[in-house]
Ligand binder design. Structure first.
Ligand code: PMP
Length: 308
């Protein structure tokens, strides 16, 4: 049975979990017309905060724009609704899922003019996505036989429901092969991203990550890590990376709202570095998790309190 909380915010109000339902003729169910976000709330010494809420809601609106979906609320209203949903569910920490979708507007592929976009926000308690053990010791990953989306087909810069068919192929294949996660190459054979994570390599003390032209979702955690690493005096390069750069890296880690900063200890059964979390990865994790335990100063205004 899936986990539940008390309320879902649905089209402007909090409704009880069981009442937040849609019709089977919902457009998004048939044609994939949804855009969404995944956001974390953390329990900090200053109370519960939502991490990079503004940037996530900006990306939600950007995704909707690409698909010509009219958002019936302002960005501020959706931010406030996220805070309300965490608060009213009594969560100290958790994972938020805002989703905007085309609802029951008829069978036509093109929604009729003026058709409303439905918006919901769920919030659930949620721990480490790739496991607590993985955060410490690293996870085993495999390069997928599936490539990420080709440019000018389905835009990877939008976080749309349909993109996650690609992610499901990658992730389920990885699990069948005994890996924790799959990493995909783009159609040109360059490193792209994990099923739900961006990828960083460390080589000779320098951080490398795939550019937006390698069919990635420009992750907000990716941006956070680039910012924190540069602030720590590390060099970060965004550049196309060949597959073998993975095998020859000193360290690898994956980033994402769900995965946070997860070290990778092997790729395709080949040991990476010393086969455990590397020292730079540990330093990056310390800076990242320090944002939530108070050890890293939030110079960037990334933490939005849930309570006023
Ligand atoms: N790539 C994909 C495909 C994802 O689903 C995610 C998770 N949203 C990421 C990268 C990481 O993005 P973020 O750090 O914004 O969560």
């Amino acid at each position: 049975m899936a986990q539940t909380t008390k309320y879902i915010w649905f089209n402007g109000e909090l409704v009880e979990w069981d009442k937040a339902q849609v019709h089977v003729m919902t457009h998004a169910l048939h044609y994939g017309s949804s855009v969404f976000e995944g956001i974390r709330a953390y329990d900090t010494p200053k109370g519960t905060v939502i991490f990079r809420l503004k940037e996530h809601i900006q990306r939600l609106f950007d995704s909707a724009k690409i698909y010509w979906m009219d958002m019936p609320y302002s960005q501020q209203a959706v931010c406030d609704a996220c805070r309300l949903t965490v608060r009213e569910n009594g969560l100290k920490f958790g994972y938020l899922r805002p989703l905007a979708f085309i609802g029951n507007v008829g069978l036509g592929l093109n929604p009729p003019k003026g058709a409303n976009t439905d918006v919901m926000i769920g919030a659930l308690p949620w721990g480490a996505y790739l496991g607590d053990e993985g955060l410490k010791n690293g996870v085993d990953v495999g390069v997928s036989s599936w490539n990420r989306l080709a440019p000018n087909t389905i835009p990877t810069g939008a976080k749309a429901g349909g993109n996650y068919l690609s992610s499901q192929l990658i992730s389920r294949e990885a699990k069948r092969h005994g890996y924790t996660e799959g990493i995909a190459l783009d159609v040109n054979g360059y490193l792209s991203e994990g099923a739900g994570e961006n990828v960083f390599l460390v080589k000779n003390g320098v951080l490398h990550t795939s550019p937006v032209t390698s069919a990635i979702l420009p992750g907000i955690t990716r941006d956070t890590i680039i910012t924190l690493a540069r602030d720590m005096g590390l060099t970060v390069k965004e550049e196309a990376l060949p597959r073998e750069a993975l095998y020859l890296a000193d360290e690898i880690f994956m980033t994402g709202t769900a995965a946070e900063v997860t070290p990778v200890r092997s790729v395709d059964q080949m040991q990476i570095g010393a086969g455990c979390r590397g020292p730079i990865t540990e330093q990056i994790q310390k800076a990242f998790f320090g944002l939530f335990n108070g050890e890293t100063e939030d110079k960037w205004g990334w933490l939005t309190p849930v309570n006023d």
